[in-house]
Design a protein around this ligand. Structure first.
Ligand SMILES: [Zn+2]
Length: 109
């Protein structure tokens, strides 16, 4: 975590990106000082709470989103590599990731 991730306590505004690819759909959030202090303690946990997902899921999304990977295993026992991009926000991604099968595995599983 770099210093730039932290909010200036004297000017507590916060840019958040909660959509696919983090390149679109940012929100501009005004924080009060208490919220800014809370945010600075753990930016990812705060962002996760704001988005309504767990910190684990939020970090997972930062790393892997917007790509959603098929949950099925192939015959060789490896995780299927097919997937799709989730164009919604992090919450949509978490829901989609928990229940996604590609066109190959969607039927008859
Ligand atoms: Zn699959």
């Amino acid at each position: 975590m770099s210093r730039e991730d932290l909010v200036d306590l004297d000017n507590p505004t916060w840019w958040i990106s909660l959509s696919a690819g983090r390149s679109m759909g940012s929100d501009y959030v005004m924080l009060n000082r208490a919220q800014a202090e809370e945010y600075n303690k753990d930016p990812n946990a705060y962002a996760a709470r704001h988005a309504g997902v767990s910190k684990h899921d939020y970090l997972d999304w930062l790393e892997n989103g917007p790509f959603v990977r098929c949950l099925a295993n192939t015959k060789s026992g490896k995780r299927c590599r097919h997937g799709d991009a989730c164009m919604g926000g992090v919450k949509d991604w978490v829901e989609m990731q928990g229940n996604y099968f590609c066109f190959v595995h969607r039927e008859g599983t």
